[in-house]
Ligand binder design. Structure first.
Ligand SMILES: [Fe+2]
Length: 447
């Protein structure tokens, strides 16, 4: 009897329970995506702080940051760093401010270059509007002479940057926390005009971009066609990075430049457009080069490991100049695989890749070419892979150490496993000697 009553009560209550559940629904609804406009909204507080060089690496340092448009006068303060923060007596300098309309918001970008710095010196600086400041960041100026250093090289980040690239950047930084700079070989993002992607690209390194300078080449995904059909670098590029202006061919300002760092010349080319116009500039920059090491970066590889992506026009145009000056190392991206050239054991009479070359690596020249990828998008190899070490379906980062007469290159997977290694040795009056230091063979076989 008791059971019948309680069942009857339960049935009577069911509609009420359902109603109560509906009333409670807002609290128990499925999560909604937090809007990109809010995630990436600028505020009066500085964000997207990024160091670059637009001048001498031993005596200058440029910094760029973003705020909302309420900040119309912005400053940076800088002092030689000390171990007692409150005793810092910084000098204050005004920034240049540019208003920028992105697809999500209107923001102000602020930039300035610290000048007359002391070489090989640790500085503390902060940026802000005089009231709302960033924390103090550190950076170290380059030595004014050749001296050992390291840097981190990334192929395309490009896709799902927050989700899948952040950990690669952070693993890289943990591996080489004293790197002098990070070098990005193009396609930092996928959609050149999407502020949310640039926001993720700045957020992944976070404070590290304010401490270790960025060198970046523009990839095809940093480019768009304007109404007249002209190829333009992303409108985000120049407001957010201060790269050198060095008589680059017209239209290639801040996508074609070079930076000298402690005995190495890092040359950035723009493989997206006007490749011909860059030849004379490149010849000039290579012929008048007091540095022992020359490292080139641009986006589209001249030896492509990906299927059907050979680039003979660019190879024929630029490679003779690289050969003439025996460039040491060429760092590229675009093909979403890993491939690094070296002496191959190729049967006589056969040719691996590409047409016209027995070897992509020529010991009489010594240049080593690398394609790498740091983001999650992956392509397949072509059949005629030409490289000493290759990888598919693997996110990687590279740490390069530069010494007086040796350059040590190491590629690591996203999980920090050593994947490739070689050393270049300078030889007086001879091409570099390439010493293979391959870790135990784990590469995939190519059919
Ligand atoms: Fe690309």
């Amino acid at each position: 009897m008791k059971k019948i009553i309680s069942t009857a009560i339960l049935f009577a209550l069911l509609p009420l329970m359902a109603q109560a559940q509906q009333t409670l629904a807002p609290d128990h609804a499925a999560p909604q995506a937090y809007p990109a406009e809010l995630i990436h909204a600028p505020t009066p507080l500085p964000d997207r702080v990024v160091l670059t060089w637009s001048g001498d690496t031993a005596t200058t340092q440029s910094v760029t940051w973003r705020t909302d448009t309420s900040v119309t006068s912005a400053f940076a303060e800088i002092a030689v760093a000390n171990a007692n923060g409150r005793a810092l007596a910084p000098q204050r300098f005004p920034a240049e401010t540019t208003t920028f309309n992105s697809d999500l918001n209107q923001a102000n970008y602020h930039t300035l270059t610290f000048v007359d710095l002391q070489p090989d010196t640790l500085y503390a600086y902060r940026v802000g509007d005089g009231v709302n400041w960033s924390e103090y960041y550190h950076f170290r100026t380059a030595s004014d002479r050749a001296a050992p250093f390291s840097f981190i090289y990334f192929g395309d980040a490009q896709n799902e940057i927050k989700t899948h690239w952040s950990r690669v950047f952070r693993e890289a930084f943990s591996t080489a926390p004293r790197a002098a700079f990070t070098l990005h070989a193009g396609d930092l993002i996928n959609e050149d005009a999407f502020d949310a992607e640039w926001g993720e690209w700045h957020d992944a390194p976070a404070w590290v971009n304010g401490t270790i300078a960025v060198i970046a080449a523009a990839g095809n995904h940093e480019y768009y066609q304007n109404e007249t059909g002209r190829e333009n670098v992303s409108d985000h590029w120049r407001p957010q990075f201060a790269f050198p202006l060095q008589d680059a061919p017209q239209g290639l300002e801040e996508t074609v430049y070079y930076i000298d760092y402690q005995g190495a010349r890092i040359i950035v080319l723009d493989s997206n457009k006007e490749q011909q116009a860059q030849v004379a500039w490149l010849r000039q920059v290579l012929s008048d080069n007091p540095n022992r090491w020359t490292i080139l970066t641009f986006h589209h590889p001249i030896f492509s490991p990906a299927r059907d992506r050979d680039n003979p026009e660019l190879r024929e145009l630029w490679k003779p100049v690289f050969d003439e000056f025996k460039v040491d190392l060429v760092l590229t991206g675009h093909d979403h695989t890993y491939a690094r050239t070296g002496q191959m054991d190729i049967p006589v009479g056969t040719r691996n890749f590409p047409a016209g070359y027995q070897q992509a690596y020529d010991p009489a020249i010594g240049t080593v070419y690398v394609v790498s990828v740091s983001g999650p998008k992956m392509y397949e190899f072509g059949k005629d892979v030409f490289a000493k070490r290759v990888a598919e379906d693997t996110q990687l980062f590279q740490v390069i150490e530069v010494y007086d007469s040796e350059l040590k290159f190491r590629a690591y997977t996203a999980t920090g496993e050593l994947y490739d290694a070689f050393t270049l040795e300078k030889q007086a009056g001879q091409p570099n000697r390439l010493r293979e230091m391959l870790p135990p063979e784990t590469r995939k076989t190519v059919e």
